[in-house]
Design a protein around this ligand. Sequence first.
Ligand code: ADP
Length: 433
Amino acid sequence: MSQDSQLPAGAPIPSDEEQRLCALYEYQVLDTGPEEEFDRITRLCAWLLGVPISFISLVDRDRLCVKSIYGADFTEANRESSLCTHVVGAGQPLIVHDASVDSRFKDAPVVTAEPYLRFYAAAPLLTPEGYSLGTLCIADRAPRRLGNGTLDVLQQLAAVVVDELELRAANRRLHAEQSSAHHKTLELSRLQAELSQAKEEAEQANRAKSEFLAGISHELRTPLNAVLGFAQVLEQDTEGHLTASQARYVEQILKGGRNLLNLIDELLELARIESSRVDLHEQCFEIAPLLSESVHMLEAMAQEYDVTVLNKAGDAAQTVCADRSRVLQLVQNLLTNAIKYNRPGGWVTIEVRSVASVWVRVVVSDSGIGIPVARQRELFHPFNRLGRESTGIEGTGVGLAAAQRLVEQMGGQISFSSEEGVGSVFWVDLPQA
Ligand code: ADP
């Protein structure tokens, strides 16, 4: 037969042998014992093609490993002396009608001893990438000629063997992906648990800090009030015992003491707000009267700083839902800053408008010193007294930090824009009734 003569005489090693072996090992099918899926194919192959023996061989580096065999009983052979090596080497089918008279195979162990093969036909197991893993063979102990279409069926069944191997590999990959996805999900939940624990710990540490601050502020207030009380008695000095310089000292004690008391009060306030211990009494009320009240309360301060405060809200009709006394405190805070961080002859305006029918926005603008861009990010951080060095204006740096937390607890928001040397605009959005 012509195909016999096309084959090389030795047992050729494919040029891509290393890659071929890698592909073979990736299928994880060597030494895995008999399996029904492959046994079914060899059984079917023998029945369909009317031969007594059929087997699937896989060609390893130096051995031939039989994955499934029908009609004979051998599981391994030496690669060098095996007929299948020729099929793998050429990557093409091989047909041997009578091996005992074929110079290449007559001395092969399967020919000279059990099972004494004479007829042999095989198709290579070709992967989609073109690697030849082994063979699907049919054989007989007697010489035979190949029937019409037999080689075609053999090749089709060889393709079924490779399909089965591919299916298993795809399954394995799917499992690997699923298990890696599962691991990722587990890892994610572990991280989430860690995160929420860290958050809980941070919140607890914050609460502890706030409680400590509240405690210590209280302890400071009591003796300080006593100092202020006695200094006030001295200040009155109805009998004129104090010299002029002593009176000045008393004045200094009072001034310093009041500043200190103010700082302690603000600290206490911030600690309360941060530990969410502020009781908010929410109610719906008109904003305009509150703004007039606030401007009125700061008239003396505005005069002292020579700043004109203009209430543009007039009798605006907006109604907000929030804690009234806290909103008053907030507006006072913004107005105080607008007056304090201003210049003699400067102005402050306050106005109100509705935003998207959801918020009532209170806007405080000033013609003051403004805030340098580089410092704007820290504005709501407690104890940040921007530019204190240059302005020398007194304050604690707590007001805006407390204001932001308060507004947020009331369901609103606070923001600002500012230009150094030109002025600032602060606004608070409160829930509209
Ligand atoms: P305090 O006024 O007690 O220092 P605040 O928290 O109210 O604390 O303000 C923080 C800092 O923000 C102030 O020290 C000041 O530097 C800056 N600031 C606040 N409001 C204004 C404003 N209207 N114009 C310029 N700077 C301001």
